[in-house]
Design a protein around this ligand. Structure first.
Ligand SMILES: [Zn+2]
Length: 265
C-alpha cells in the first residue's frame, strides 16, 4: 500500500485507487494529482491499495480485496491483511474509491445505501447512474469505511483513466477540498436485486445494454449458444460476457432519481 498526501494536517478526505490490481485508472488519477500538486483547501490522503496485485496486473493475489473488508491482521491471505491495514489508514476519512469494469463505458457510482448524505455528492459527479448494492454489500470497502465507489469505464482504457481524473477532481470539489464549482445533475438509482448465473461454457455472449430495461421474454445472454430468456423484466447492471467468472452480472430495479442540487447564484 502506498500512502501520500496533498496539503498539511490530518486528512478527513481520502482517494483510493488500485483496490483491484487489473484496474489501473484510479492509480493513474492519483499519480496525475500528485504531479499537478494542486493547492487544496483541506488535506487529502491518497492511497494506492493493492500494489502487489498491480505489479502482477491481476485483480487480486489471494482473494478479492473488495469482498475482504473489514479484514484481519492475522488473516492468511494478502488481501485479508491488507483490508485491515487499509481500514486503519482510512479511519475517519470520507473515501472516494475508483474501479473500472468490463461491462459499461460510462462512469457510474455505487453505494450500499442511497438514503444517506453521500448521495448528495453523487449528483455533483459526472456519473450517469448510481447503483445501490443493498444485500450484495458484504465485504466491500463501504461496509468498513464511509466510502463512495465509482466505476470509471472500461478496464485498461485511456477513457477510464481520463474519467478517473475528472471524477476525482469533481469529488474533491464537491467535498470542499478543491476550489471550484461542480455541475449538478439528476441521477437514476438502480437497486441490485439478484445475480444472473452463468453455466460453465467456453464462450459467452451478452445481447443487452447495462441500465437499459430488458423486457420479459427477451433473450439477454447465451452460454455456448444456449440462449437465456428473461422470465420478468429487469435492468441489467455490471453485466458482461467475461467480467466475472461465475455470473454474467446482476438484475436491478430502477427505484428512484436523485435530484440535482440547487445551483449556487
Ligand atoms: Zn474493481
Amino acid at each position: 500500500m502506498r500512502v501520500e498526501q496533498l496539503g498539511s494536517g490530518t486528512p478527513e478526505i481520502a482517494v483510493v485507487g488500485g483496490i483491484h490490481g487489473d484496474e489501473p485508472c484510479g492509480v493513474h488519477a492519483i499519480d496525475r494529482l500528485l504531479a499537478d500538486d494542486p493547492s487544496v483547501t483541506e488535506p487529502v490522503k491518497l492511497v494506492v491499495a493493492n500494489e502487489r496485485a498491480l505489479e502482477r496486473g491481476v485483480r487480486y493475489v489471494d482473494e478479492d480485496l473488495n469482498r475482504a473488508f473489514p479484514g484481519d491482521p492475522n488473516a492468511d491471505t494478502h488481501e485479508g491483511q491488507l483490508a485491515h491495514d487499509l481500514v486503519a489508514e482510512l479511519e475517519g476519512c470520507f473515501t472516494f474509491s475508483m474501479h473500472s469494469t468490463q461491462s459499461h463505458a460510462e462512469p457510474f457510482a455505487l453505494l450500499d445505501d442511497v438514503t444517506d448524505d453521500r448521495s448528495d455528492l453523487v449528483t455533483q459527479l459526472p456519473v450517469t447512474a448510481v447503483v445501490e448494492t443493498s444485500h450484495f454489500s458484504e465485504g466491500r470497502l463501504f461496509t468498513a469505511v464511509r466510502t463512495l465507489e465509482v466505476e470509471c469505464g472500461l478496464q485498461g482504457s485511456e477513457t477510464a483513466a481520463q474519467n478517473a481524473d475528472r471524477l476525482t477532481r469533481a469529488f474533491l470539489s464537491a467535498a470542499g477540498a478543491l476550489p471550484g464549482d461542480t455541475v449538478g445533475r439528476e441521477v437514476p438509482v438502480f437497486r441490485l436485486h439478484d445475480v444472473i448465473e452463468k453455466d460453465n461454457a467456453d464462450s459467452y455472449e451478452v445481447f443487452v445494454e447495462n441500465f437499459t430495461e430488458v423486457d420479459a421474454g427477451d433473450t439477454f445472454a447465451a452460454a455456448d449458444g444456449d440462449e437465456q430468456v428473461a422470465p420478468d423484466s429487469f435492468y441489467p447492471v455490471l453485466m458482461s460476457p467475461y467480467g466475472y467468472r461465475h455470473v454474467f452480472g446482476y438484475t436491478a430495479e430502477k427505484v428512484d432519481v436523485l435530484a440535482a442540487p440547487p445551483t449556487a447564484e
